[in-house]
Write a protein that binds this ligand. Structure first.
Ligand SMILES: [Zn+2]
Length: 93
């Protein structure tokens, strides 16, 4: 959707990171926000990106279950040391 005197959706998507970083200069910020008001698809997309960022930060705060990191490292080290069967035994391939 192209709104009058503003951005295309593609242009709005390209600017989303700068918008979220509060790095858009004032005239472009006004144009961007005008596009969001007029374009429900881009508004929804921005909300989805914000939700994804929020969820990603929440996940990063959760400690990994015990063994989560050790198991793949153990398999990699065994494979690197020549144990070709470890991949078959671990991943059933
Ligand atoms: Zn749009």
């Amino acid at each position: 959707m192209r709104t009058p005197n503003s951005l295309t959706c593609r242009e709005a998507v390209d600017l989303i990171t700068d918008y979220l970083d509060a790095a858009l200069p004032s005239p472009l910020l006004t144009t961007y926000e005008r596009h969001l008001t007029a374009c429900p698809e881009c508004d929804i997309f921005l909300r989805q990106i914000r939700s994804t960022i929020w969820l990603t930060h929440r996940l990063a705060l959760q400690p990994a279950p015990p063994g989560t990191r050790e198991a793949p490292l153990r398999v990699f080290r065994a494979w690197k040391n020549g144990d070709q069967t470890i991949l078959h035994d671990t991943f059933d391939i």
